[in-house]
Design a protein around this ligand. Structure first.
Ligand SMILES: [Zn+2]
Length: 270
């Protein structure tokens, strides 16, 4: 667990003053816009596609000032150049992947702080899906942007790291305050939930969550954001210590990361 993760020194006044908007892009990507009405600043987390983000900005009457990139994959950085050209926004993302992030103005690493609208956004390194992957955490607003590291009821594939590295990233995220709302990079929740039920079928919270997810999707609504507390009760990738999961996998007396690795491998073939 990193020294800064989950440690919050709240401002004198709570700053849940931002307006958050989820933007659906491509087939199943999410970008998130948030706006500070006082300073007029607007940030975007990940830039999968120009059209929907631009339309959401115009509808809200906001001018984009910051783009926060979680990792270098094409479906998270595709609109960087166009957004920068139109709005002059500052592109912020992992320094480790500078060469792979178009238009990067400011490279960040674990422990860095980004000032936004009088508030602070903490940069948390969460390697595994990619080695440079970062999460953005706003402790005053109680929001974390996890990109493709943590999904609702799931987690990203391990493309660049190994299971132990990815587990440490997820373990850090699960120690954030339980009322922190998590936004992730994709709408994969139902498929993740169907997998989760195969490894923890008796988990009542998980059963309820999957029902809720089916209902939300039928209504055409997103399944995120969701609280870290809810994910800790239902997401098998945050629950390698669950007795039921360990029974199903027949893995007892081993470290959490090994159980996590076995879960991830099963999901790869689900
Ligand atoms: Zn990715």
């Amino acid at each position: 667990m990193k020294a800064n993760a989950g440690v919050c020194e709240p401002a004198a006044e709570p700053q849940s003053k931002f307006d958050f908007r989820l933007v659906r892009c491509r087939t199943d990507n999410y970008a998130v816009l948030f706006h500070d009405p006082e300073s007029g600043e607007t940030a975007l987390v990940d830039a999968p596609e120009f059209g929907p983000v631009d339309a959401a900005l115009q509808e809200a009457g906001w001018t984009l000032t910051h783009v926060l990139i979680t990792h270098h994959h094409a479906d998270h950085v595709a609109a960087n150049e166009e957004l920068k050209a139109k709005y002059g926004a500052t592109i912020i993302g992992p320094e480790k992947n500078r060469g792979q992030i178009p238009g990067l103005d400011r490279g960040v690493k674990d422990g860095d702080k980004i000032t936004f609208g009088g508030d602070v956004i903490d940069v948390l390194a969460v390697p595994g899906h990619t080695l440079g992957h970062v999460a953005y955490y706003m402790c005053n607003s109680k929001v974390v942007f996890t990109g493709d590291t943590l999904f609702s009821l799931g987690c990203g594939r391990i493309f660049e790291g190994d299971a132990e590295t990815m587990w440490h990233s997820l373990d850090m995220l699960r120690h954030l305050p339980e009322d922190t709302l998590m936004y992730c990079g994709h709408e994969y929740t139902l498929n993740n939930g169907e997998f989760a039920l195969t490894v923890e079928p008796r988990n009542k919270d998980l059963q309820r969550r999957v029902e809720e997810v089916r209902w939300l999707l039928r209504e055409g609504r997103p399944t995120i954001p969701v609280s870290i507390g809810q994910e800790k009760k239902t997401n098998p990738f945050l629950r390698p210590d669950s007795a039921e999961i360990r029974d199903v996998l027949d893995m007892h007396g081993v470290e959490n990361w090994r159980v996590f690795g076995a879960l991830r491998e099963r999901k790869d073939h689900f």
